[in-house]
Design a protein around this ligand. Structure first.
Ligand code: MG
Length: 345
């Protein structure tokens, strides 16, 4: 591909696979200036500015991709645009400082709705002590698109990276998993992917307590089925792996220990698949996933800052592509790859 010449979109087949594109980007991290302390590949990047570490993340929400404007109140759109980023701040154990937003509004969106949308984003951000301090607005002939960037500080706690899982670690998650698109009655009209609470307080407690501090952490945006392979891949860096080999660590996942959400049960009733498949594959959980040394597993708290913490599996040595195996309730073990979640984005 020669990027100096116009090529037209029709020339770009096959389509972009997100994971492949990210791996392409991460493979070029070598040679970054020393002020880059966390390079591309984590939930936030970090740079040193004037001797202080500043973390940054950016996320988009688009009508028709991350929400449906026809059926979603503007207040919930505004909330998700901000809280998706705050979930990444939580994944580092960091503290949000400020945000900027770029919005592309569909022509004809209307002044009243635009004002209400930005008022709501400002209010949500302020409620997390993360003021909106600037941005940019355009009009276009496409659906609503909001891009939010959040800056964060370490505030005396070293960020917890994705890298660092060790063979023998136990894997933990906060909250419950699956069914994030389902509308629940209690609280009224609760839809997890719009209304979730970013786990900032739990993460801060974990990262800042020497007895609790995880080896590694990320937030579950695409579901365990896709995010656990990322944890494994990050653990295997920086040592180069022979071509065609998978990560050097894998996961044994204990299916009967998964904390199943009410939404996952509801989705299971609807489509007849078992709830655990929803817990692995639905995505948009925005819960923390982290690993802890096995020595502290027995006395690790089951509730932190009022949020349940569940141990769902173990990091194991892996020597091929089948990085994730499922230990089923009947004791049998099977590769997760058969369900099609591994290595697909
Ligand atoms: Mg993330």
């Amino acid at each position: 591909l020669r990027i100096g010449e116009p090529t037209g979109f029709a020339a770009y087949n096959p389509p972009v696979r997100e994971l492949d594109l990210l791996n392409h980007i991460y493979s070029r991290n070598a040679g970054l200036p020393s002020r880059v302390t966390i390079p591309p590949g984590d939930d936030m990047g970090a740079i040193t500015i004037g001797g202080a570490s500043v973390l940054v993340t950016v996320d988009q929400v688009a009508d028709g991709v991350h929400f449906d404007l026809a059926t979603t109140p503007l207040a919930k759109v505004a909330r998700k645009a901000v809280t998706r980023n705050l979930s990444d701040v939580a994944a580092m154990g960091a503290v949000p400082v400020a945000a900027v937003v770029a919005g592309c509004l569909p022509r004809g969106f209307g002044e009243a709705k635009a004002n209400a949308l930005f008022d709501a984003m400002r209010a949500v951000a302020m409620s997390y002590d993360c003021p909106l301090i600037g941005g940019d607005i355009s009009m276009w002939d496409h659906p609503l698109l909001l891009t939010v960037t959040v800056l964060a500080e370490t505030a005396g706690v070293e960020p917890v990276l994705r890298r660092g899982a060790k063979v023998g670690d136990n894997i933990c998650v906060t909250g419950t998993l699956g069914g994030s698109m389902e509308t629940l009655d209690d609280p009224p009209d609760y839809v997890h992917h719009l209304d979730f609470e970013p786990r900032l307080n739990v993460a801060r407690k974990l990262a800042g307590d020497a007895m609790l501090r995880p080896h590694c952490m990320l937030d579950l945006s695409d579901g365990l089925g896709k995010d656990l392979p990322r944890l494994c891949a990050a653990a295997s860096k920086p040592e180069p792996r022979p071509a065609g080999r998978g990560p050097s660590v894998g996961v044994e996942l204990w299916i009967d220990r998964l904390p199943i959400s009410r939404g996952a049960h509801r989705a299971a009733q609807r489509d007849g698949r078992p709830p655990w498949q929803h817990a692995l594959g639905d995505g948009e959980d925005y819960e923390l996933c982290f690993t802890i040394p096995r020595e502290i597993a027995d006395r690790f708290p089951t509730v932190i800052e009022g949020v349940p913490v569940t141990q769902i599996g173990r990091i194991v040595a892996a020597d091929d592509d089948a990085a994730i195996t499922l230990r089923m309730p009947d004791g049998s073990v099977q590769p997760m790859g058969e369900y099609g979640w591994e290595h697909h984005d």
